[in-house]
Design a protein around this ligand. Sequence first.
Ligand code: KG4
Ligand code: ZN
Length: 346
Amino acid sequence: MLVLGIESSCDETGVALVEANGTAMPVLRGDALHSQIEMHQPYGGVVPELASRDHIRRVLPLAEAALARAGVRVSDVDVVAYTRGPGLAGALLVGAGVACALGASLRKPVLGVHHLEGHLLSPFLSADPPAFPFIALLVSGGHTQLMRVDGVGRYRLLGETIDDAAGEAFDKSAKLMGLGYPGGPALARLAEAGDPQAFKLPRPLMHSGDLDFSFAGLKTAVLTQARKLGEDLPSRKADLAASTQAAIVEVLVKKSLAALQREGLARLVVAGGVGANKALRGELGAACAKRGVRVHYPELHLCTDNGAMIAMAAAMRLQAGIQEASTVYAFDVKPRWTLAELSVLT
Ligand code: KG4
Ligand code: ZN
């Protein structure tokens, strides 16, 4: 079974082919990706209307590239999967529209995928895939969640952010420091040259006893610190970046460990764009090694948005028999959609 996956929920257009045979773990056959970062950079953030228009321009050439890389013809595709949500409505509509048109013209069924389920299952495309059950730390630009995962579609939310997401905390702090968009990777790069203990920044909800997060206060503390530094900011920017990163990472590590302990599990999966952060990987690795916990990540290039994770999630849902692809080509998208709504757990 050959699944074509299309991702267009935000500022990356991704198309990929995943092959699933029998009960064997699906494998990536070919993928193609275009990031809109350069296009949005002058505006300091994603401009939704520009994002949609660019997805329209990119999606078919990318599909051709992915097919060529996989060495298959479009008529070989058995199922067309697309990101149904959450994300920017106009951007989602592009992927959904193209996927359904493609499915209709090929007379092949289509399947709408939850973007976060894509992130969650993306480590199964790595050379060292996890085994169920595990705790998942989902850290992206829009979400920060801890989840217990017992199988495909079996998700229980343990805690989440009550305001900003971890990626947002990186992005907004970076913006305050004049690091541009997307701020996460830029702040992380700058932090490598700084002292993580230079400034005392808050660790919100760190000792709250639950598994929720809050990052909005951190951004305010970074702003206050930046103002206090005034003219000295340029020379202390690396220290401020390192201190900000340390605050975010410490909270993520602490809460992940608490979730593992609470659920009595010894396996952690980290997914979403912030999962590419080297400091987070280092700290989590060290803390988990001490406790005999295995940590799994998607391959680095599959941490941020891509088509492979969408094709993979579709393939795994089909294999698990929890969803069938549909030949009804009327589609809708779900800009707001929680993973809990999708869970087969009651
Ligand atoms: O998963 P993703 O590509 O898109 C969403 O679904 O949101 O995540 C994007 C987020 C952005 O906030 C970006 O700044 C952050 O991931 N990010 C990073 C790094 N790479 C991406 N944050 C910190 N360090 C990184 N190396
Ligand atoms: Zn994402």
